[in-house]
Design a protein around this ligand. Structure first.
Ligand code: PMP
Ligand code: GLU
Length: 395
């Protein structure tokens, strides 16, 4: 009998976290690696949020919180959904978790039975596939193309639906492509779903505020006919530079929210109490207080695209949100660079790590083996130096 369960043996290690660990290890060995692999803002958490946490510590917030989160936080989340997304939720529809990652795992655990299919438009965020498989669901990948800005069309959605389809999961803004679904595009997908009233949608909106367009953010739950079968996932990691604080949340049909609370109550209990108190302040304050970070990400987006346009063999879309570019690098497949045969995006990403000392993530991890992901949550100086090194290594 093997020591470890088949469950964990069959699971892949998170490629983003693995690359971050590798970067840390190489840096510790004294190598001058530029880390563009992790989706983590390089800003400090704003002072007004840190102050709220310090106050919470001094006010002795040190006990278990309710499993689904403090009522004051759930109220702040309800106000945020109303203010930013025009979505109306009530207290029993909100669950606060240890990051959006746990929120997603909760949802999969309470909705999936063995063999249920989950449609994942590719590229998708690295953990979707493994979370679905962990709960015995079957990921159904829908390949999108750079020509359609990596977005799933209504025709593709319809073709992927089978009697076993339980859910569709996507992120918008998308990690890793930076693509956004507009209200019209979501409506067109929702129109397809009208024929399939048992299919649920998990709409991961964690990059909501990191949006470079004038059109604003669109949520699937905004449509009356989708509201009762959409789980809206969000959190404070990205826009508020709070990745390590670990707070995410859902707005969901009450039955699903209650089931998530039941599941979480057996696995982790309520999220960290100090981080929850700080999140009340983060959400109650106007999102305009973090706009300086979004403005900087936009400058970096333009900088990266501009610099990459001069690198041979990189084909880019124009990301409208998040902080990633996802260039197609298949031009290099089959070529030998500095004595190394490049067969796929994983080889290419490793080549960049070893020869350019720049950490990226292979597109394989996101269900697209032709691309690599470059995070521009790094300073402009680092971005300029990284792309200079990439260019030199490839020349
Ligand atoms: N969804 C997406 C699309 C992400 O990029 C991330 C980043 N880790 C998460 C969910 C999870 O975020 P967290 O657990 O930090 O809230
Ligand atoms: N979401 C980030 C990323 O994609 C953080 C890493 C992770 O949670 O896997 O890089």
């Amino acid at each position: 009998m093997s020591l470890l369960s088949e469950r964990v043996l069959n699971m892949s290690t998170s490629a983003t976290l693995a690359m971050a660990a590798k970067t840390r290890e190489l840096k510790a060995q004294g190598k001058d690696i530029i880390g563009l692999s992790l989706g983590e803002p390089d800003f400090n958490t704003p002072d007004y949020i840190k102050d709220a946490a310090i106050q919470a510590i001094n006010e002795n917030y040190n006990s278990y919180s309710p499993v689904d989160g403090y009522v004051e936080l759930k109220e702040a989340i309800i106000n945020k959904f109303k203010r930013d997304n025009n979505l109306t939720y009530t207290l029993p529809q909100i669950v606060v978790s240890t990051g959006a990652k746990q929120a997603l795992a909760n949802v999969a655990s309470v909705l999936l039975n063995k063999g249920d299919e989950v449609i994942l438009p590719c590229p998708y965020w690295v953990s979707y596939e493994d979370i679905v498989e962990l709960f015995e669901g079957v990921p159904v990948e829908v390949k999108t193309s750079i020509d359609n800005d990596f977005k799933m069309t209504p025709e593709q959605l319809e073709a992927a639906i089978t009697p076993k389809t339980k859910m569709i999961w996507y992120s918008s803004p998308c990690n890793p492509s930076g693509s956004l679904y507009s209200t019209e595009e979501l409506r067109a997908l929702a129109d397809v779903l009208q024929k399939y009233p048992d299919i649920y949608v998990v709409s991961d909106e964690i990059y909501e505020h990191i949006n470079f367009t004038e059109n604003g953010h669109a949520s699937m739950a905004q449509f009356d006919d989708m509201y009762d079968r959409t789980v809206t996932v969000n959190g404070v990691s990205k826009a508020f530079a709070m990745t390590g604080w670990r707070i995410g949340f859902i707005g969901a049909p009450e039955k699903i929210a209650r089931a998530c609370t039941k599941m979480q109550g057996q696995i982790t209990s309520g999220a960290n109490c100090i981080a929850q108190r700080a999140t009340i302040t983060a959400l109650n304050e106007s999102p305009s207080r973090v706009k300086f970070m979004i403005d900087e990400f936009k400058i970096r987006r333009d900088l990266v695209l501009n610099l990459l346009s001069e690198v041979e063999g990189f084909q880019n879309n124009t990301p409208e949100g998040a902080f990633y570019v996802f260039p197609n690098v298949s031009y290099y497949f089959g070529k030998t660079l500095k004595g190394k045969k490049i067969n796929n995006a994983t080889d290419f990403s490793l080549f960049l790590l070893e020869e350019a000392l720049v950490a990226t993530v292979t597109g394989d991890a996101f269900g697209n083996p032709d691309c690599i992901r470059i995070s521009y949550a790094a300073s402009q100086e680092q971005i300029i130096e990284a792309i200079k090194r990439i260019k030199e290594a490839l020349s």
